[in-house]
Ligand binder design. Sequence first.
Ligand code: DAH
Length: 343
Amino acid sequence: MTPEQIKADYIDKIERVGSEKELADLKAAIFGKSGVITELTRSLKDLPNEEKPAAGKKINDLRVEILALCDKKEAELHRAAIERQLNSETLDLSIDKPFRTVGAIHPINQIKKRLTDYFVGNGYIVYDSPEIETDYYNFQALNIPPDHPARDMQDTFFIGDGMLLRSQTSSGQVRLMEKVKPPLKMICPGRVFRADDDSTHSPVFHQMEGLVVDKNVTLCDLKGALEGFAKFIFGGQTRIRFRPSYFPFTEPSVEVDVSCFNCGGEGCRVCKNTGWIEILGAGMVNRKVLANCGIDPDEYQGFAFGLGLDRITMILCEINDIKLLWENDVRFLRAFRGQGGDK
Ligand code: DAH
């Protein structure tokens, strides 16, 4: 075929093509192995040399023209196919489901918020202390030197180079006292880490540390502060009691119990028939800790307390497996929606 014949014949064919498949076949018939333009190009070799440039140019112009036409047709067919698809599909907007479920604040965060509100309302600042800590802040400055038996109370994750995952928020006491001189009142809520894993212990859990340092602070002040807190959380009838205990960073140290909010002290399932529930550790800040932070223990005294947020949450929500707090089961979370602070 001559270029003129090809033009006359195929331009019209391209125009009339009705589907992408037909167009692909036509392109094969033109540009394929034995397509008409391919043949034409092949026939160039039979022409006398002086005619070759002009004939070659003609074929090339034809190829460019036909390719452009094919591209245009392809775009048209593609648009038409999309249009057909859009016209044939419908959206069912009547689906019988709420668009999204309403979330709930995690019970631990509800409790944390409630406690934080209480302490902030009583003049405490909220202090955020690092989770990756040095041995010094987590232990040594708190009067727990290397090899001290008290280290066995906490199975710590050491991560090398004197660094560890903090095992207690008490490290926040030291960090704050180094920076801020008394009088000071702070709480330090946050995650802590220990190699513990059973139904009441998780390797990651939450504590809230409290610290008050001023002149003439006594154990009575500690008791008053904790009594107010206990009444706020567990109800106005709540009583507290101190039992002697030991922590290296407080002297004297106490374990604090609250009267059972469920039975009022009679004995029930929640308090394991004792009438009391242990909620935190506390004490007067050890003179050595004050001195380690550059505070003169003859001039200032302080009290500190540390409570487990997961433990208080478990008590209040009456759950006995700590894993429930971590499993992210929405049915569990929904059950505690709207309780205590989730407003
Ligand atoms: N840091 C202690 C622990 O994790 C809890 C604690 C006890 C904190 C007594 C205190 C305190 O501030 O005075 O077991």
